[in-house]
Structures are given as structure tokens and as C-alpha cells.
Write a protein that binds this ligand. Structure first.
Ligand SMILES: Cc1ncc(COP(=O)(O)O)c(C=O)c1O
Length: 467
């Protein structure tokens, strides 16, 4: 068989010595990109390490290291006889390694993506088949605004067992995720005379828009290492506060016992309401997650959970445990909004939870996400130690703070040129500008793409520093 021999000149790899990015990594990225672009085809023979090193003015060891790394990653194959060949890797884009054909970054650390390829389709199908076979016709009529009794019961049992809540099925409401639950709740609260919503600073920016639409003023309250600053909350004059106590979004802090106690005392003193957004507590990797605040004061906490992290955001399944006085107005608001969530989805989910499939799925996913997180943390520590991760070992994201002299926009632009999507902290500050950082979502990535993504990030950081 005739082999295509590639010369180093054909590869057109340019090394940027001024950036400070290690040369073997620049070489690796260049070769990787050409393989992915289809410019280096499977079976082509790579230049010898000696000639490649000479042409690029490098020591041979640098080329050897780059080849070894690419062999380990499966891009190259080391053949007997001392030559190295391009492996059969699917070419991704003829336009360049930077982007997917639709303009999306090739490796994307965008937050909020669980690994939907792991959705438990077979178990879900069994649940769906069961409910389609067994559901009596009368269940298909218009619904109770709170959702089906089956799902409210299954979720109350699950949450009381796993999240330490004090839930009763009659106080639960099924909704289309946190997005709908929070929107309805803020409207109901505004109608009841609540005026000012305190949110954690930094926090998810969607909720501030939702508050404005409901006619509430939103104020930012700083997040400290142990969670929201309750003294500042007191001074803010807010009568309702939203917290992500088990795993603050986006800092990753967990609310300390002292802060929880202070928050409970604030709610009693102020006659205030706490909205507890328990969006990803199922994924704590180093120990059991802290229990929900709802269990401490069910009359003053509206607890919100979602299947968007645990199963898939496309399901649009969420739930709330409401203080008794909010159940009726919320049920009415839900019926006014959409007449209730689809009945078969609710019943299938109820069956899925009641049969232990939800627990089984979570047991399967935890080690996967943990591995991705550990890989990300280890690679960051080795390749870009100047970026400082924050928060506990949990969830599907990590916040990494930028050091002095680096800006989010410069790193982001250099990353995008390399086909890497990274997302800054800036939009999450309620009172900008706050310190710079990046929120890395890793839930939908693979171990090798996390590794490659951090390597590209290291290059981007080096370039951003030199600008
Ligand atoms: C802080 C936070 N809460 C809740 C959610 C879930 O929202 P939903 O249930 O509407 O999908 C997310 C999703 O990314 C989130 O980041």
C-alpha cells in the first residue's frame, strides 16, 4: 500500500513563541486541528520527529512529546519501524478547527447542559407504557392545577427522604421547570403585596427579568463564603429572597449552618418568604448534600426543584413545595397559565420516581459527572494554575476566577478562535462590575473534550496575556 508522506512544510503549523504557551502544546493543537479539519487524512505518515523539529527550529523532544500526547488521545498511531501515522478520526469541519458548521464552538463549556445522551430511555419507556396501559379515561379530563396526585405523592416521598424537606402532597405543585414555577410565584407574590425580591449577587440573570415582569423590584445581596449575607439582606428592605442554598449559582458555595439559622430568623422577623431554588443538589460528590431549608420552616419557604439537571431540560418538569397559604393562588395561576402540565408526562415521571428508577439514574450519573469535574479541576491546576476555582465538589458547573491582568473578553475571544466556548461571570453580577471569572459547564462533555478544552484554554489565556 502506498502511504502519503506528509512533509512538515505542508502542515503549515505556525508556533507563536511570544505567547508563552508551551511549544509542544501549540504543536499538538495545530496537528489536532488539521486532523479534525480533514487536512491530514487517516493513514498519512507524519514527518519524522527529527525533520519536523529541524524545520520548526525546535528540539526533537518537543515534537516527540506532542506526538506522544496525540497518540495517547487517539489522533496518531505509532507504527513499528519508527513512523507515526494519522489515525482514522472523523473530520469535523472543512472550514477550520474553530467552529462547528453551524458556528457553535467545537468544545463548549456553556453551562446548563446535563448529559442528555444518558437519558434513561428504556426505563422511561417502561413507565410511559405502564401509564398508557393503566390510566383510566377519567384521568385524561382537565387537571387539578397542582398536578396529578400520583406525581405529587411520589415527589413528596422522594424529597422528604433525599432532601430533608417536610413536603405533603397537597402542598405541592407540578410546573414546567423552575422557569414557570418562579414566574407564577413572583406574580402571585406581587398580587399579594410583596414588593422587593432580594437575589444573590452574583446569580442567574433570568430571575431578575422575571421579577421586573411581575412588578417586583430586584436587589442584589452579596454572597459570602457561607452563602448570602443576611445582614445585607436585612438592610436591603426585601420581603422575599431567592437562595440557591445547597449549591450557590454560580459561585458553588454551600450555605453554612450559621447563615441558614440567620435566614430562618430573618424570615420570622420580617414576615418574609424564602424561595429555595434546589436546582442541582442531587449532585454532591464529596459527601451527602445539606438538607433543604424548607424542612426548617415549611411555612416560610417556597421550595423549587427541577428535572432539568437530573434528567433533561427538554422534559420541562419541575415542582414546588409551597407554604399552605400559597397553594390555592398558585394552583389557580397554573390553571390560568396553561391548564396544567401534560398528564402522561406527569404520570410516567411519578411511576419512574416511585419505582426507584430516578434514584438508579442518579446513582449512575454521579460518578460520571464527578469524573468530568475531577478531570476539569486537575487539568486546570496543571495547565492554567492562575485561574482559581471556587465552590464545593458538586453540580454540573465550576466557577473559576480570573487573576489581575486578564479580562473575560480577551480570553473569550482567543478561546473562540480555537473553537472553544467559555462564558464569563459578568452577566451574573447584579451590581456590576464584579471580579472577572468563567462559569464552566461540564455536564454534557466527555473526559477527552474537557482535557482538550482546558489545553485550548491555556493557549487562549497565554494569548490574552500577551495582547
Ligand atoms: C440556578 C438555576 N436554577 C434553576 C434552573 C432550572 O431551570 P428550569 O427548571 O426552568 O429548566 C437552572 C437551569 O439552568 C439554574 O441555573
Amino acid at each position: 500500500m502506498t502511504r502519503i508522506r506528509t512533509s512538515s512544510g505542508e502542515l503549515l503549523i505556525e508556533l507563536q513563541r511570544s505567547t508563552g504557551a508551551p511549544l509542544h502544546q501549540q504543536l499538538e493543537s495545530g496537528i489536532r486541528a488539521r486532523i479534525r479539519d480533514g487536512l491530514l487524512r487517516a493513514g498519512s505518515v507524519m514527518p519524522s520527529t527529527r525533520s519536523f523539529a529541524e524545520d520548526l527550529g525546535l528540539s526533537r523532544g518537543v515534537v516527540v512529546e506532542a506526538y506522544q500526547q496525540l497518540v495517547a488521545e487517539g489522533y496518531l498511531i505509532s507504527r513499528g519501524g519508527g513512523y507515526t501515522e494519522v489515525a482514522a478520526v472523523a473530520a469535523i469541519s472543512a472550514a477550520g478547527a474553530g467552529s462547528m458548521p453551524d458556528g457553535e464552538p467545537r468544545i463548549d463549556f456553556r453551562y446548563s447542559r446535563p448529559d442528555v445522551s444518558q437519558f434513561p430511555r428504556a426505563a422511561w419507556l417502561r413507565s410511559m407504557r405502564r401509564v398508557l396501559n393503566e390510566t383510566p379515561d377519567r384521568t385524561l379530563a382537565y387537571l387539578d392545577g397542582r398536578g396529578t396526585g400520583e406525581l405529587r405523592t411520589a415527589l413528596a416521598d422522594y424529597l422528604n427522604r433525599v432532601r430533608g424537606t417536610a413536603a405533603r402532597p397537597e402542598h405541592m405543585l407540578v410546573c414546567h421547570g423552575f422557569a414557570q414555577g418562579s414566574r407564577l410565584l413572583l406574580k402571585v407574590l406581587a398580587a399579594q403585596g410583596y414588593r422587593c425580591l432580594a437575589v444573590e449577587d452574583p446569580s442567574d440573570d433570568d430571575l431578575r427579568r422575571t421579577a421586573a415582569e411581575a412588578g417586583l423590584t430586584a436587589v442584589g445581596v452579596p454572597v459570602l463564603e457561607g452563602g448570602i449575607d443576611v445582614d445585607a439582606l436585612e438592610r436591603s428592605g426585601a420581603d422575599v429572597v431567592l437562595v440557591t442554598s445547597a449549591h450557590q449559582f454560580p459561585t458553588g458555595a454551600v450555605m453554612s449552618a450559621e447563615t441558614r439559622a440567620a435566614l430562618v430568623a430573618w424570615a420570622a422577623r420580617r414576615d418574609g418568604l424564602v424561595i429555595e431554588d434546589d436546582y442541582d443538589a442531587e449532585f454532591r460528590y464529596d459527601r451527602e448534600p445539606v438538607g433543604a431549608i424548607q424542612g426548617l420552616m415549611p411555612d416560610r419557604v417556597a421550595y423549587a426543584g427541577t428535572a432539568s439537571k437530573t434528567l433533561a431540560p427538554g422534559l420541562r418538569l419541575g415542582w414546588m413545595i409551597l407554604p399552605p397559604r400559597l397553594v390555592e393562588p398558585m394552583s389557580r395561576a397554573k390553571l390560568m397559565d396553561d391548564r396544567g402540565s401534560p398528564v402522561f408526562d406527569q404520570l410516567a415521571f411519578a411511576d419512574f420516581v416511585a419505582r426507584g428508577e430516578f434514584d438508579r439514574h442518579l446513582r449512575r450519573m454521579r460518578p460520571r459527572y464527578r469524573k468530568l469535574r475531577d478531570t476539569l479541576m486537575e487539568r486546570l491546576a496543571v495547565r492554567v494554575p492562575e485561574l482559581v476555582p471556587t465552590g464545593i465538589s458538586a453540580g454540573l458547573h465550576v466557577l473559576v476566577m480570573l487573576p489581575e491582568g486578564l479580562t473575560e473578553s480577551a480570553v473569550q475571544a482567543a478561546a473562540l478562535e480555537r473553537g472553544l466556548g467559555v462564558y464569563g461571570l459578568a452577566p451574573y453580577w447584579v451590581n456590576p462590575p464584579g471580579p472577572g471569572g468563567f462559569v464552566f459547564g461540564y455536564g454534557g462533555l466527555t473526559v477527552s473534550s474537557v482535557i482538550e478544552g482546558v489545553d485550548l484554554l491555556a493557549e487562549a489565556v497565554a494569548v490574552a496575556r500577551s495582547v
